[in-house]
Write a protein that binds this ligand. Structure first.
Ligand SMILES: *Cc1c(COP(=O)(O)O)cnc(C)c1O
Length: 376
């Protein structure tokens, strides 16, 4: 089967893991601090603004905690969102308000967000569908003017920018994922950015049980003469830190990221060229001027029956396809009161084709040929 997602891991990552083994310390240590500094530089922020975490979902839970989202509050997010984002809100006892998305890009436009906002809205959570930045600049500005927090789920957008500004840094908090299906992978892992330095400092403490000293050893090393094992906590927090094994892999993957994204952009361009001019199939709109996508997902849109037929045909030919993210208004536990129409249409017409940096030209051509057999 040709995969939709596939990581690229090789000798360099293995060597980095080997070094961690030899160091005798697998936990959070210098390699994680290094990875944090490198990632901060990559997204163009100061190192004190980021904290490495053990998953993007955990970062989303921390975001809701940092923003003190509580029962009675409302959080707006597109219906096409990741389940972990909704769980992070619902776990606080807050209400979810699902907004619509633009049918062609599956990102919310500003008016989709503003339609869903009420006087109980404390935060907005957006993702960048497939790596496309979307209307994040407009949404960030609108939220800031009203004192509504903006959280960016930048899991798809590890190398996405608008006029050079990294997705994930437009709002108040941004979170990234390095799980096994992303572009930059560490097994499991994520990063949290907070714009406000005080919030960023709280995030770092929160990630480690709310402890006001990182460890007894650190206190002893810092010159505490007696009882270096005593501690205080500032919040009743979980343990959300990552480890040096994941971070060592992350540093290598971050160095390789530009090449990954170049290859993904070339594959997306080949799909656009190879699938142009088909009457039954729509391609994603061209990116607006100044926008760069990580090209995490590549999708085509067809009428629902033909979409399903294409998925079945490709699977028979050994080409796996899928759709993300199943609209959350369809998940009964979230108690949505309505189903946004654009999201519903997108969910019934959109199909994700394989897109990863290890796909060679011949395989891309094979996929194009198979798609053209159904979508003439
Ligand atoms: C993968 C993904 C996540 C979750 O990331 P984890 O690190 O697996 O928790 C969140 N949001 C989006 C949009 C994702 O694609």
């Amino acid at each position: 089967m040709i995969n939709v997602f596939q990581p690229s891991l090789g000798e360099e990552e293995l060597a980095a893991v080997g070094e961690v083994f030899e160091s005798g310390w697998l936990g959070r240590g210098s390699r994680t601090s290094t990875f944090e500094a490198e990632f901060a530089a990559h997204i163009g922020v100061g190192g004190q603004h980021v904290t490495a975490v053990n998953s993007c979902t955990e970062g989303l839970f921390m975001a809701m905690e940092l923003l003190e989202i509580k029962p009675g509050d409302e959080v707006v997010m597109p219906s096409v969102s990741f389940v972990g984002a909704a769980n992070a809100v619902a776990s606080r006892g807050a209400d979810l308000a699902f907004c619509d998305v633009d049918e062609r890009t599956l990102n919310p436009r500003l008016e989709h967000v503003t339609e869903a906002v009420t006087d109980r809205t404390k935060a907005v959570v957006v993702l960048h569908y497939g790596g496309r930045p979307g209307w994040v600049g407009d949404i960030a500005l609108w939220c800031r003017e009203r004192g509504i927090a903006l959280v960016e789920d930048a899991a798809c957008a590890v190398a996405s920018t608008v006029d050079g500004v990294a997705c994930g840094t437009f709002g108040d908090i941004g979170v990234w994922s390095f799980d096994a299906m992303k572009i930059l992978v560490t097994g499991d892992g994520g990063m949290l950015y907070a714009r406000d330095p005080e919030l960023a400092a709280r995030a770092a403490t929160m990630a480690n049980l709310g402890l006001l000293q990182s460890s007894g050893l650190a206190a002893a090393s810092a010159g505490v003469a007696d009882r270096w094992w005593e501690f205080e906590v500032s919040s009743f927090s979980r343990r959300s830190v990552t480890n040096d094994l994941a971070s060592a892999i992350g540093s290598v993957q971050l160095r390789r990221l530009p090449a990954f994204v170049r290859r993904r952009r070339a594959i997306a361009a080949a799909y656009r060229l190879g699938l142009a001019g088909l009457g039954t199939l729509r391609l994603p709109p061209e990116l607006p001027e100044g926008h760069l996508s990580s090209e995490y997902l590549f999708w085509v849109q067809l009428e629902p029956q033909l979409r399903d037929e294409l998925a079945r045909h490709l699977r028979k030919r050994g080409i796996y396809t899928t759709f993300r993210y199943f609209p959350l208004d369809g998940v009964s536990a979230y108690g949505a009161r309505h189903s946004p129409a654009g999201a519903a249409r997108a969910a019934s017409t959109t199909l994700l084709l394989p897109l990863h940096q290890a796909l060679d030209d011949a395989t891309v051509q094979q996929i194009i040929d198979e798609v053209r057999e159904v979508a003439s």
